[in-house]
Write a protein that binds this ligand. Structure first.
Ligand code: SF4
Length: 315
């Protein structure tokens, strides 16, 4: 299996590209997630030619259209950075990226809550880095996150689930028979999508059922949009519980009374926050294998990302 290609702010990999010659190494990203992804590092300030070390930059003015200026000498580099970023995102369009991880708080790379200074020099955390904004505008469906937010287990799991799903989607779209492949893809992702949004899953089901009535190109554009919008909605304990109960329904006739009782108890303990999601999922995987349940065997929900990442192990 080919590694997932992910864009990343270069300093997060431990490269000494910060304004002071330092780095912002994130060990989880480099050492753990790094085993499964191929990073495409981007340092806007160095690639734009500002050098190392360099004067710090800040955002000033209108938070929707801030200027990027040097903090002490006040030189305006907005147009230079925008021109470079426009060219860089055009290059990145050929890199088949399934996501991007930005360095938080940076006036170039920060994805949200970056300080923007008003005319009195008072900062408000309401901005976006210049490069991050241009990247997100150019790739609105591509999953993006910041390294700080990825320390939250729910946000981390959601982001990684999105990039793995996007990679699977890209792989099937690289093949032939797009409609047939997409119908199969949708079928095997139903439970995963249900965990994110049962309502969106309904919309997608309707779209897939009417696929032949639409021009293929329109169907694909709409499906990809709905897919990535749905995956961006965070799952919750209640939504996972609903999926687990749904899966249990497939074993109505095969499980003994004791086995059913045990499964119900495990799902309920998960619902109450006493045990992590991995526990009921592992028990269900055991029954899927034991009874060779064909529909469930194909469901990505039971194994959406490598077990080694331990993303479902938190309560
Ligand atoms: S935050 Fe962005 S611009 Fe700053 S050093 Fe890191 S990659 Fe470069």
């Amino acid at each position: 299996m080919q590694k997932i290609r992910l864009g990343i702010s270069t300093c997060l990999l431990g490269e000494n590209v910060r304004y002071n010659g330092g780095h912002s190494l994130d060990r989880f990203l480099r050492d753990t997630l790094g085993k499964y992804v191929e990073y495409m590092p981007v340092c806007p300030e160095v690639e734009c030619g500002f050098g190392i070390p360099r004067e710090t930059l800040r955002l000033i003015g209108d938070p929707k259209e801030p200027r990027l200026v040097t903090s002490h000498t006040g030189i305006d580099h907005t147009e230079r950075m925008k021109a470079w970023a426009g060219k860089r995102v055009a290059e990145l369009a050929n890199e088949n990226l399934c996501g991007f991880i930005f360095k938080s708080d940076s006036p170039s790379s920060g994805m949200e809550r970056v300080k923007v200074y008003d005319e009195k020099g008072v900062p408000r955390k309401i901005g976006m880095g210049v490069f991050a904004r241009i990247f997100i505008e150019h790739f609105p469906l591509t999953p993006v996150e910041e390294e700080g937010r990825l320390h939250d287990p729910v946000l981390r799991e959601n982001f990684i689930e999105r990039i793995f799903t996007y990679r699977r989607y890209r792989e099937i779209m690289a093949g032939e028979n797009h409609i047939g492949s997409l119908v199969n893809f949708h079928s095997s992702n139903k439970l995963l999508l249900m965990a994110h949004s049962p309502k969106q899953l309904q919309h997608m089901g309707h779209l897939v059922a009417n696929a032949k009535k639409l021009p293929t190109k329109d169907f694909i554009i709409e499906y990809e949009k709905l897919l990535m919008e749905t995956m961006a909605i965070k799952p919750s304990t209640a939504k996972h519980t609903n999926v687990l109960q749904h899966v249990m329904g497939y074993f109505k006739k095969t499980l003994s009374a004791d086995e059913k009782q045990e499964l119900l108890e495990v799902i309920d303990e998960y619902r109450k926050g006493l045990i992590p999601l991995i526990v009921p999922v592992t028990l269900l995987i055991h029954y899927v294998r034991k009874f060779n349940e064909p529909y469930l065997k194909e469901q990505t929900y039971l194994s959406p990302h490598p077990l080694e990442l331990q993303l479902r192990n938190h309560v």
